[in-house]
Design a binder for this molecule. Structure first.
Ligand code: UDP
Length: 381
């Protein structure tokens, strides 16, 4: 059987799109060893003209220092009236570069895990060979942006019923959508080892028996992680902190300067997130979709410390409506909530753990690649 070539369009705007692309790659290799060659293309970096090709570098300052502008762009482009012109502009800027990438890699299947690198590769592909399937894997949880639903896509895979309903309201045919889940690393599925949580904590350099809060802010270490850590540090609670600063080197250096009264582990970008989540009791994070679905797969309750305006607002709704976490945007409010949860006979955490296990889709990546594998192979146009 000849090798099937999959091209996945993503971008390093945050860490979630690359994480989803990596999870699909891993799932292809696990489920169909030797059958697939998967290539990842950063659609902005490799296909967009200047200055759009610099967007990965500007994503952190844009979303951190001008969140209102970011939210404004999201909402103003996400209306029935404005979406077509936003989509046309996006297509005009990216299509030629995407076509180049498609010709270079000659794929048998094209996948997008990014809302803004979606219509352009889809339209480019359908011009080159309309028989090669184009699939979108949506990586936002609820109230997702209309840009995800490219009319010419053969299949759109969504993580939740809320995202499915959103697609329907944008006029995308329901028969070409499937609710499966968010692709996350296979290591989030049932743990292979019999290591206990205490052993796992010891291996990670944490205290084995202390209530553990994991603080994380997406791949870029975004949000008020330092303020939250400081508030928890002075709260005189019987806790320890594991703080993951991601690629935010400045934050990591600042955290190392702090005077810590509670045990703390400060990490940069980690590649073993499933372990860090399993080692914790509660995850404190911004409302990033990847981290939320990973936290559910690890069976942990979460405190959302905030959300990016626009794209992450629906994720907060998803978490709160399903009883798996609570939004507390203020560090002191986070401390109050943790204090409440630690009181004897407080059953909130246990209830949220049960809900998290119910909502988790740890095998989503495998389910998705099975669907992709079943798509008809392209014929010559
Ligand atoms: N992540 C990671 N190592 C880190 C920090 C984050 O692997 O040190 C991963 C995290 O597990 C998740 C992704 O980066 O898969 C972040 O995605 P999310 O959608 O939560 O937020 P984004 O960074 O896209 O805003």
């Amino acid at each position: 059987m000849s090798l099937r070539r999959v091209l996945i369009f993503f971008s390093d705007t945050g860490g979630g799109h690359r994480a989803a692309a990596n999870a699909l790659t891993e799932a292809f290799q696990f489920q169909f060893p030797g059958r697939y060659k998967v290539t990842l293309v950063d659609g902005f970096k490799d296909c967009a003209p200047f200055p759009l090709n610099q967007i990965s570098e500007t994503y952190f300052p844009l979303t951190t220092y001008t969140p209102k502008l970011w939210g404004g762009l999201f909402h103003s482009s996400n209306r029935q009236l404005t979406l077509p012109s936003s989509a046309a502009m996006d297509d005009a800027l990216l299509r030629r570069g995407c076509a180049r990438a498609i010709r270079r890699h000659n794929p048998t299947l094209v996948v997008s895990v990014h809302p803004l690198i979606n219509r352009a590769p889809c339209n480019a592909l359908k011009q080159i060979n309309p028989y090669i399937p184009f699939v979108t894997v949506v990586t936002d949880l609820f109230d997702v942006h209309g840009m995800w639903f490219s009319a010419a896509a053969d299949l759109v895979i969504v993580p939740t019923q809320g995202a499915f309903d959103c697609g329907v309201s944008w006029g995308f045919p329901p028969e070409r959508m499937r609710v499966v889940g968010q692709p996350i690393a296979l290591k989030f599925a049932a743990p292979a080892s019999s290591e206990t949580q205490a052993e796992l904590r010891a291996r990670l350099g944490l205290q084995p028996d202390r209530f553990t809060l994991l603080l994380v802010g997406g791949g870029e270490g975004m949000g008020p992680l330092r303020a939250i850590a400081r508030a928890l540090n002075t709260a005189a609670l019987p806790i320890q902190l594991a703080i993951i600063a991601g690629r935010n080197e400045k934050l990591r250096a600042q955290l190392r300067q702090e005077h810590w009264r509670v045990p703390v582990s400060i990490q940069g970008f980690v590649t073993d997130m499933p372990d860090w989540m399993r080692a914790s009791d509660v995850v404190i994070t911004k409302a990033g979709p990847g981290t939320i679905m990973e936290t559910l797969a690890a069976g942990k309750p979460m405190i959302l410390s905030g959300n990016l305006p626009g794209q992450e607002e629906g994720n907060v709704t998803f978490v709160e409506q399903n009883g798996v976490g609570i939004l507390r945007a203020n560090p002191d409010a986070i401390v109050r909530l943790v204090r409440e949860w630690l009181e004897p006979n407080n059953h909130a955490l246990a209830q949220m753990q049960t809900n998290a296990r119910r909502m988790a889709r740890p095998n989503a990546a495998i389910e998705i690649v099975k669907l992709l594998d079943a798509l008809p192979l392209a014929t010559t146009p």
